[in-house]
Write a protein of this length. Structure first.
Length: 464
């Protein structure tokens, strides 16, 4: 195997030295690709001194594939732990050898590493790293409690609530979907189906405090119990399975989903082996989550239920179009320039443009444009969508709300994580009866404005 004289494409994102008296190790994480073939490498080798080890390679690195605009780089991550106990204190060259996809050559990266147990800073670093790894769970939970200060209070309160409900009712149906907004909206049909099947059994929906208003007015739900995070649900679920009988649980979360506060993963195995890495390969969100809960998947359009006190939050003298432009994942974003061209096009067509979301990514001002980002409740924004002429947006919660409200939509989809093509929606949006779903065969940032403009003109011509 020969060295390829082309600069390697990869990086060591994290490296840590454990240089104690009884244990001397180097741990690293990074990514590497076959830059010539524009695909992942066949393997990654790590060498220092006379020590050589093959790294664990093929870990998901969706950020790399998005940055380099190359879907094939998705699984380019690596990690490696080297035992360097046999090496003397000295400065060494550490080589990362990236074996190409044909296995007949390799690219090379190199960094210098100092192994020196006598250094105060090295020993301090070792002590800190030892504490971090030995007492990782303690640090992790301390950080989680800092993020969720009401965790213990909420957990104890919910234990009491479940005990009270069990005393009041012989049987209970429990639906859990703690997050996110779009997931909860998409799974509304589950409540209808369970109500039909268990007509006389009370149904409780467990969700986040932030999203209570999404299920609070659902007539198929008898009560809502709120949790601070997914880890709280994990503990509640164990409590119910251990101590309470005749409570039937339908946990809609996919196996392996991680609590963002406590970094604990949900154990919810299913017959289909659906995980967080492959779920869109099994259908829409509704179908996937039903299979995760042990239910037979169906294709039904969700329904959004409003508070009887809901009122319109804007007053405009002509038809308006609601747009949602941003997501918590950058790979779902369209470019700023194309969104601005879309705003101008819609306003020139005689519409008001109302942007919603957590925050606007644009410094845009023009008569006919209203920025409601970061304002109003989910109920109010849903009602705004209900009264709109059209919804235009990326794959996000508000697209699911538009589908549930039977509002015409234009939805922009591109590559997402490990999925080249996917459909999150059920009902009319899935069938394309009330929406144009643009499934672009690249990352969404590459979608031409003209494709969206043509879709807008098609719907305007159809609706007017």
């Amino acid at each position: 195997m020969i060295k390829i004289n082309v600069p390697a494409l990869g990086n060591i994102d994290y490296i840590s030295l454990f240089l104690g008296r009884a244990c001397r190790k180097i741990y690293m994480e990074g990514w590497a690709v076959d830059v010539v073939s524009k695909t992942i490498a066949s393997k990654v080798l790590v060498e220092i001194g006379n020590i050589r080890k093959e790294a664990e390679y093929g870990l998901p690195r969706y950020d790399v594939s998005y940055y380099y605009n190359c879907f094939e780089y998705n699984n380019s991550g690596f990690r490696c732990e080297l035992d360097v106990s046999s090496l003397k204190d000295d400065e060494y060259e550490l080589f990362i050898k990236i074996v190409n996809s044909k296995r007949d050559g390799y690219y090379e990266m190199k960094i210098n590493v100092v192994i020196d147990n006598s250094s105060f800073l090295v020993n301090l670093s070792y002590f800190i790293n030892l504490l971090k790894f030995k007492y990782y769970s303690i640090f992790r939970f301390a950080k989680g409690f800092f993020k969720k200060p009401l965790f213990i209070f909420s957990l104890l309160k919910n234990f009491v609530l479940f005990l009270i409900n069990k005393l009041l009712h012989k049987n209970l149906i429990l639906i859990n979907l703690e997050e996110h907004i779009g997931d909860i909206v998409a799974c509304e049909p589950v409540s209808r189906l369970l109500k039909e099947s268990f007509e006389k059994t009370p149904i409780i929906w467990v969700t986040s405090y932030r999203y209570k208003e999404l299920v609070a007015f659902n007539p198929n739900i008898n009560s809502v119990i709120c949790v601070t995070c997914l880890f709280e649900w994990i503990l509640i679920k164990k409590f119910i399975l251990t101590f309470l009988k005749d409570i039937k649980i339908f946990d809609l979360h996919v196996h392996g989903k991680e609590c963002t506060a406590f970094r604990v993963k949900l154990d919810n195995p299913n017959l289909y082996r659906i995980t967080i890495e492959n779920y869109y390969s099994y259908g829409s969100l509704l179908e996937v989550f039903m299979m995760a809960a042990g239910l037979k998947p169906i294709d039904l359009c969700p329904i959004f239920y409003f508070s009887p006190k809901i009122k319109q939050i804007v007053r405009v003298n002509k038809e308006y179009i609601v747009v949602h432009t941003s997501s918590n994942e950058i790979c779902r974003h369209w470019t700023r320039e194309n969104w601005i061209r879309t705003f101008d096009f819609l306003i020139d067509k005689g519409f008001f443009v109302i942007e919603i979301g957590l925050e606007s990514k644009f410094d845009y001002e023009r008569d006919g444009y209203i920025n409601l980002c970061g304002k109003h409740s989910l109920q109010q924004l849903a009602y705004l969508i209900k009264k709109s002429f059209l919804f235009i947006g990326i794959d996000s919660a508000f697209a699911h709300i538009a589908n549930a409200l039977n509002v015409p939509g234009i939805i922009l989809l591109g590559y997402y994580r490990a999925f080249r093509k996917y459909i999150p929606y059920s009902g009319k949006y899935k069938k394309g009866e009330n929406a144009i779903i643009i499934q672009y065969d690249e990352y969404l940032k590459n979608l031409p404005f003209e494709t969206v403009r043509n879709a807008i003109e098609k719907i305007i011509g159809r609706e007017k």
